[in-house]
Design a protein around this ligand. Sequence first.
Ligand code: ZN
Length: 248
Amino acid sequence: MKALSMREIERYDRQIRIRELGVEGQLKLKNSRVLVAGVGGLGGIATMYLAAAGVGFIRIVDEGVLELNNLNRQIPYSEKDLGRLKVEAAAERLKSLNSDITIEPIPEKITSENVDELLRDIDLVIDGLDNFKTRLIINDKCIEYRIPFIHGAIYSFEGRLMTVIPGRSPCLRCLIPSAPPEYDTIPVIGPIPGVIGCLEALEAVKIITGVGKPFTDSILIFDGLNLEFTSIPIARSPRCPACSILTD
Ligand SMILES: [Zn+2]
């Protein structure tokens, strides 16, 4: 395990002071490897917080190019990034935020062909995607490789979050057996992916460091219009094609 430098002890001082985290928690963050699938509204925010917190290796995957209508919510980017690959612009932004960590930008669409390679040596996956077809591809592989998967989604004034610990909690496919019809364009106001992306980063920090309780066995619904958080219990499906054969 790589040790902390004096500079890192200074940089992360405020979180090392949290009793549950301490130097030990910071070391776990430094030595962890996270995949962020999609660096738009959700993934862009989550990645910024993971980089700031000192997650040592972050692989960001997105085939998209920054468009003007992304800027109402995709906070890591600026107007100067328009037309650039998001992973390239994001990697630059993240390195300027924290040069002590490694960012691996991969400008690819996630498919069943490349997902195994993308998940190689990864400890945890964050869902920053905009479609359930790809989410389910990742969910199923995370179950197979027993990699924790943090699902997030947004629509309009609403956000959702669910954490999957393979073998121990329901997976995304228990909840959504097959991909529903997708929207051509998802309407959204920026603070909604901001809230959910932050919560995804928080879940990641908790799981990596082993503190607190992951948000499993329920889906969190955030109703931004009324500022209400509702948690709906989800059970593991005994017929789930992804996770029903797994045990703890
Ligand atoms: Zn399942």
